[in-house]
Design a protein around this ligand. Structure first.
Ligand code: FE2
Length: 197
């Protein structure tokens, strides 16, 4: 699935998120990872241009309670806490959307790009057990070292010890209302750098 602005509308995002969760869980099952029972950390959405980012940010914030927007790898990224988590299954819901504008140094999937699962305290054992089918690990901070699997369509699944929202809190951030980074790109329509659609 590629990105379109309408996908940031709550109903369409819910529908897309459920399908994406089901698809990624099925792919994990083929690799011997039973991901369907893990709580969700977040859903990451990548958009092709800064202009798309601002539109999607406005749309998602309309049904959210707070955000964090940090500059990461040279451009802002949003973490947006939903007023009502998106239910993707029995007792399973996505509390947070990570919204990512284009990054010009690599080729990425646009639209629903990855799902973060919370493995919990057994994270090290999880890594040992599934090492053969994992693509890599990220060392983002001492409390954030998710492992991930990349699929052929450039979507990912990521497995965290604790959720991304909890990572932010542990790192001292606070979700209070909405704040935006002071960011003015030279060309709001630069990009897209899209593949696999
Ligand atoms: Fe993420």
């Amino acid at each position: 699935m590629t990105w379109s602005t309408g996908l940031a509308e709550r109903g369409r995002l819910e529908e897309a998120a459920r399908a994406f969760h089901a698809q990624q869980v099925a792919r994990c099952a083929e690799l011997g990872i039973e991901a369907g029972g893990y709580p969700l950390s977040h859903l990451a959405i990548r958009v092709p241009t800064w202009h798309d980012y601002v539109l999607a940010r406005d749309a998602i914030e309309a049904y959210a309670t707070s955000n964090l927007e940090n500059v990461w790898n040279g451009r802002p990224i949003s973490k947006i806490v939903l007023a009502e988590p998106i239910e993707v299954g029995e007792g399973l819901s996505i509390p947070l959307i990570e919204l990512i504008p284009p990054f010009h140094q690599r080729v990425y999937r646009m639209g629903l790009e990855h799902l973060g699962f919370v493995v919990g305290a057994g994270h090290r054992d999880f890594i040992e057990e599934h090492r053969d089918v994992l693509t890599g690990q990220q060392f983002q901070s001492p409390v954030c070292m998710p492992v991930y699997r990349l699929f052929d369509d450039y979507t990912h699944v990521k497995f965290y010890e604790i959720s991304l929202g909890d990572v932010c809190l542990l790192e001292g951030a606070r979700f209070e209302g909405f704040q935006h980074a002071d960011w003015h790109p030279a060309d709001a329509n630069a990009g897209p750098y899209e593949i696999g659609c």
